[in-house]
Design a binder for this molecule. Structure first.
Ligand code: TYD
Ligand code: MG
Length: 466
């Protein structure tokens, strides 16, 4: 069936008209001036939704014939072989490789390296026929980018198109093993009266790609920009259309990039992959602890090492603090890679517990390597680094720590302590401060690293500063 005929059937025969808020994706059967969900004015646009999607994009696959109910224990999972991305970090984030017929959305700030990641992956998969659809860059630009990367593939096809019809007919004709769309915001369906990049267009096109993926078993990657408020392509509604949502993040001024899974129908969402952006593309960082520590041999005040767990993996991070006398009336506070509210709370604990003069000090905190850390177990190292800088006393470089700090200065237990200790041990740390309750429940305490249990921050400081 031709695409146009399919469209006619879907849109003309079984369509319904709705109004959708272009800002948040709220639906309504009537036009409304002010969106009840996000309170924005004049955001409702008319939108035609196909009622049934069953007859869309026919492909000669077995998928369409599987309409009869199947017994759960008769469904074979053997077919669910995963495609090896030839990239350990990517495989891990996807939950062990790419699932055939899945649709993955990769979101991230502009310039973070989404196109580079997609192109590099396409080039690495030289055993698969990959169709790279670009609505943002010309074929020449892609070629130039590819020439910077160290991989080559005979099987990569580039299409610079933005209308969904043409794209689908290319996919039908080429029958690739993988489709990459860069970016979904540039693709549009001319039948819908809405500009490319609007929520109605993005939703419509994403749904069409999802149907295509399910029916043809061709997996797809959609690249999406992040809007100012941090959501992928605006509405959350896009995230529930696709199977997997990955976020590519990092600080543009640092070389490390993190690929995180936010939603994954085929794997865990706690996975994370770390890359380093170099002149010739993205390189996997297989041993994050090693690179994130600055490895300075001299002891300098204001740095403390934490054994953190992010994305299911332990790694050691360096927290750096600088405390100086406040010059202006209001002391300055700044935190990079760490929640500033949490830092303020920790400062208040310091004031209460060890008489840190909060009002007279500027405090700057930085997580080395441009990482953003959410793990509460880094609290102890943050508070120690601040105190170390304040007293100008260095923390010995063979000391590592993990512990959440509570409001009354108590050190609260953290999860997966064994893994944290093991990581510190692996990197040659000699002493490890841990919450007392974790220590008490430790099954077989390690003999290689000296464990220092602490119930309160004061006790931890005694271990650190004597
Ligand atoms: P890009 O993939 O274009 O970002 P996005 O698609 O997310 O907008 O990446 C752009 C940045 O990456 C750009 O600043 C240049 C840098 N870069 C490298 O450092 N090394 C490389 O090999 C490549 C291709 C890009
Ligand atoms: Mg791009």
């Amino acid at each position: 069936m031709s695409i146009n005929k399919w469209r006619e059937e879907v849109y003309m025969a079984k369509s319904k008209q709705v109004y959708v808020c272009n800002y948040c994706g709220q639906e309504s059967s009537k036009w409304i001036g002010k969106c009840p969900s996000c309170n924005k004015w004049n955001t409702f646009k008319e939108y035609i939704i196909p009622k049934s999607s069953s007859s869309s994009f026919q492909a000669e696959t077995s998928f369409a014939t599987q309409s009869a109910p199947i017994k759960l224990n008769e469904i074979s999972t053997e077919k669910d072989l995963r495609i090896d991305m030839k990239d350990q970090e990517f495989n891990r984030v996807l939950g062990g490789g790419l699932v055939p017929g899945s649709l993955t959305l990769i979101g991230g700030d502009p310039g973070i390296g989404k196109s580079t990641l997609a192109l590099q992956t396409a080039l690495k998969l030289d055993n698969l026929k990959v169709l790279y659809i670009s609505g943002e860059e010309s074929a020449r630009q892609i070629k130039l980018r590819a020439s910077r990367l160290e991989y080559q593939s005979e099987n990569l096809y580039i299409v610079c198109e933005t209308t969904i019809d043409t794209i689908f007919s290319h996919i039908k004709q080429e029958a690739p093993n993988l489709v990459i769309v860069d970016s979904i915001q540039t693709i549009s369906n001319p039948q819908i009266e809405s500009s490319p990049g609007s929520i109605t267009q993005i939703r419509e096109c994403t749904t069409a790609f999802l149907q295509l993926a399910k029916q043809t078993h061709i997996p797809g990657f959609l690249i999406g920009h992040i809007t100012k408020d941090g959501n992928i392509a605006g509405p959350k509604s896009l995230e529930h259309i696709v199977d997997t949502v990955l976020q590519f993040e990092g600080d543009q001024h640092y070389m490390y990039r993190i690929l995180r899974s936010i939603k994954n129908r085929f794997g865990s969402t706690s996975e994370m992959g770390i890359y380093e952006m170099r002149q010739n593309g993205l390189h996997e960082v297989l041993n994050p602890s090693g690179v994130l520590l600055s490895n300075s041999s001299e002891n300098m005040s204001g740095t403390a090492v934490a054994s953190a767990i992010e994305g299911g993996r332990p790694f050691l991070i360096e927290t750096q603090a600088l405390v100086s006398s406040a010059v202006y009336g209001t002391p300055q506070r700044s935190a990079t890679g760490f929640n500033i509210k949490r830092m303020n709370m920790l400062l208040a604990v310091l004031e209460k517990r060890v008489g840190f003069k909060l009002a007279q000090k500027d405090v700057f905190l930085n997580i080395a390597g441009g990482l953003k850390i959410d793990d509460p177990a880094t609290d102890l190292s943050v508070i120690s680094a601040i105190l170390s800088s304040n007293m100008d006393v260095a923390i010995e470089s063979s000391l590592c720590m993990a512990g959440e700090v509570g409001l009354s200065g108590e050190i609260r237990p953290v999860n997966r302590i064994e893994q944290r200790i093991k990581e510190a041990e692996k990197l040659g740390f000699k002493r490890f401060i841990l919450p007392y309750y974790n220590y008490k429940n430790l099954a077989n305490p390690s003999s290689q690293i000296e464990l220092l249990p602490a119930k309160k921050v004061e006790e931890a400081f005694r271990f650190i500063f004597g």
